[in-house]
Design a protein around this ligand. Sequence first.
Ligand code: PEP
Ligand code: MG
Length: 889
Amino acid sequence: MIQTVYHFGGDAPHDDERQKDKTVTGGKGANLAVMAGIGLPVPPGFTITTEESVRYLNEGEDFSDKLRADVAEAVAHIERSVGKKLGDPADPLLVSVRSGAQVSMPGMMDTVLNLGLNDETVEGLATSSGDARFAWDSYRRFIQMYSDVVLGLDHGAFEQAVEIAKEDKGYFSDTEMEADDWRAIVDEFKQIVRRERGEPFPQDVEAQLWGAIAAVFESWDSERAKIYRRLNAIPAEWGTAVNVQAMVFGNMGDTSATGVAFTRDPSTGERAYYGEWLVNAQGEDVVAGIRTPQYLTRARREAAGAKLPSMEEAMPEAYAELERVFDLLERHYRDMQDIEFTVQEGKLWMLQTRTGKRTARAALKMAVDMVEEGLIDEKAAVLRIDPMALDQLLHPALDPDAPRDVVAKGLPASPGAASGAIVLDADTAEQRANRGDAVILVRVETSPEDIHGMHAARGILTARGGMTSHAAVVARGMGRPCVSGASSVSINLADRKLRIGSRELKEGDVITLDGATGEVMAGEVPTIEPELAGDFGTLMDWADRYRRMAVRTNAETPEDCRTARGFGAQGIGLCRTEHMFFDTGRISAMRAMILADDERGRRAALERLLPEQRSDFAEIFRTMAGLPCTIRLLDPPLHEFLPSRDEEFQELASDLSVGVEHLKRRAGELHEFNPMLGHRGCRLGITFPEIYEMQARAIFEAACEVTGEGGDPVVPEIMIPLVATRRELDILRKLVERVAADVFEERGASVDYLVGTMIELPRAALMAGKIAKEAMFFSFGTNDLTQTALGVSRDDASRFLGPYVEKGIYQRDPFVSLDIEGVGELVRLAAERGRATRADIKLGICGEHGGDPASIDFCETTGLDYVSASPYRVPIARLAAAQAALRAS
Ligand code: PEP
Ligand code: MG
C-alpha cells in the first residue's frame, strides 16, 4: 500500500527516503523532514503526498478512505507530541496548512494559519495562553485567511473593516487594537462571511481541516498556478503536497517574533547572514509588507542607518541559535538556504528551509566561494548555475557617468537596469509589451495575479514590500530588474497618475530603474556593457575544463565577432553572408545584380560586389585570428533585397538608369507565393552560379591575403545552404573547388579549406549518408529543419504556437527549444548516417537552438562536435555544454 501521509517532528522517524524525496512530499515537506531528521526544532506535523493531490483531482475531487484514516492518525500524532487536541474547547491545538509542490510556486495557494479556532476554542486559547488579545487576533487572522484562500472571498472587505475600526478608535497601527477590538472585528468578519456565502463561517474543526486540504489540492489547477507552470515549464502531472503542522506563535508578545532569512546575501552572494524579522507578529506580516520589517543583523542595521533593533541585538539568545541552524543547514545542503522561522516566547522554531533563489551574480559568487570553502567541488559549482541566468549578467547596466534624475529610492530587489513607460496594472503591461513597447510595471505591491504583467515588463517598481516581498522574489526569479518598497511612490489608479517624491508623473511617462541600487529615475538613462571578469571568469574557466563540444558563434560583422570572442567563442559556426549585402552602399549593386536581364548584367554587378565581400571576409578572418570560420553562401530568396515602396523604386530606377515600370515588372517576376520554400538556398547557386562563384572567390582571395599577413593560417569552411540532394552539393562543391584552384593559381598561394553543407531539410537528413560523400562537415540548420519537419512557417508560427504550448502539444516553442523527439530524431539519424559514410565528418548546429541549454544537452548526447550561438548566448552555451558533458559522463 502506498503511503499517503508522512509524519515529521515529535517522535516521528525520518529515515524513509521517500519522505525526503521532493517528488513525493514536495519541497517544503521534504525539507521539513530533513530538518527534523538532523535535530533542528521543527513543530510536529505531517505531509500529504503529491500523489494524493493528483489522485484527488483526477478522481472527481473526493478523499479516499485511506487518506481520511491516515490523516486522522497523523493529527493524533501531532496531538500527542504537543499535548493539545484539535477542537479542545479548553486548550486547543492549532495548525497551519500549506501547499508545497516540488518547486516553490508563488502562483499557488500559500498558507492558512491558526486553523482549529472557532467560537469555543478561541475562549480556550485566551484562557490557556493567558492572553485574550492574542487569541482574538489569531481568530480574526484565521477567518480572513480561510475566507480568502479556502472560501474564495475577496479579502478587501475584511481589510476595510479593520481600517474603519482603527479609524473609529483613532488608532494608528494594528498593535494598538485591544482584545475587545479584535473580538468585535471577529463578529464583523463572521457577518461578512455569512453575507457573502449565505452560510456561517465553519465552526467544525474537522471540516475546517478538510476544507483547507481540498483548497490546497485544487489550487494546483487554479489559473494563477497554470500561468506560473506555463512560464516555468512545470508539468501539470506533478501535483502539490499539503503540509499540516502544529502552530507556533510569533505574536505572543515581545519575546516572540517571526522572520525570514538567507544564509548568504541573495543579491550579492556575500557570505553574510541576511534577513528580516518582526517582533510580535505572524509570518504573513513580514512577506505582505504590512509592517516594515527590521534587519536581522546588527551590521546590516547599522549600514542602513536604521533605528529599530536587529534581532541580533534584541534577542541575542534566539539569534545565536539561529546562527547555529544556518551553519548546520548550509553544511547539510551544501548550498545557500532561504528559511522561515518563528520565535515563541524565546524559543526558536524552524518552519521552512529551501535552497534560496538568487541573482546570477550572487549565484556565481556563492558557487566560487563554496568551492574555496571546500563545501562543493568545481563540477558541482558548474552544474549549479542556471545557464540562462547568465543572461542577467550579459546585459547592460546603467552608465555610471550618465546624468541621473533620481526621483525616488527603494530597495535594490533585483539587479539590472531598465527603462520604459510607466504602466499601472498587469493587463496594460502585457498589452503594451505585445505591441513592442518597453514598459515598467508600477504597483503598490504585486501579487500572483500580476505575474503575466511582471513577465511582460522590463522592470518592476513597488511602493511597498521588502527584499522578500512577492515582487522581489518573483522578479529575481524572472531576471527582471526590480525596485521594491519605494515608499515615496503613491499611485492614483483612478486618474492613472502617480506621485514619486515631489514629482507628478502619469501612465506612459518614461522612467528608469536601477535594480542594483534601488534608484528610480525620471526619463531614460543610457546603459553600458557589463564587465565579465572575477567570479564569472573563474566559473567559465571551470566550465571549459569539463566541456567536450566546442562553442562557436553566429556572426557576420567584425564587431559581433569581437563580442563573441570576448565571450569565449572558438570560431564562427555561421556567417550569413546575405547580411553583408544589406549595407546601404551595397544594396544598389545587389539590386542591379538581381534585376539584370542576363548573365552578363549580373556578372557586371557582381564585379562591383566582389571587393566589398573580400574586404568583409578579410576583416572577419583577421578578427578571428586563425579560428575556424564557417561561411555560408547566399541563402535568402532574391526578392528580399528588392525595394517595396514607390519612392524606393524611383530612386533605384534613376540609380540604375532604367525605367520604373521595367523595375516593377522584374520585381513582379521574382514574386513568390511561398518564398521560404522557394527560390532560395543552394537553388540560387544552381540557377545563378555566378553569385556563388563571386562569393567563393571573395572568400579565397581574403583567406590568401590574411594568411599572407602572417599569423595563424585561415582555413575557411564554405557552407552550402538548403541542400536536399547529393547532386546539388556535388555541383556546387565542384564550383567552389574550381574557383579555389583559379584563385590559388592567380595568387601563387593557397589555403586549406573545407566544403560542407547545412542539414536543414528532412530529405537531407534522410539522405545524409549519400550527402556526406560530398560534404566534409554538416551544420544542422535547425531553424529551417524545424520549419520543414513540422510544416510550421517560421514567420507565422507565433500566431498559433502560444496555444499549442499552453495545451502541452509542444512542451516549449520548438523554434526556441529543439523538438527533441521529432526534429531531434532527424538530427540523430543524419549524424549517424553521415558518420557511417565519413567517420571524421565534422558535425555542428547553427540554428537558434545552439544557444538553448536543453537543445545543447541533446547535441552532447548526439555527439556533435560544436554548437554555434549568437554572441550574447556564447557564455550560456559554454556553461550548458559543460553541464551536458558532466551529466553525460
Ligand atoms: C537554420 O535554418 O537553422 C539556419 C541557421 O539558417 P537561417 O536561420 O539563416 O535560415
Ligand atoms: Mg536556414
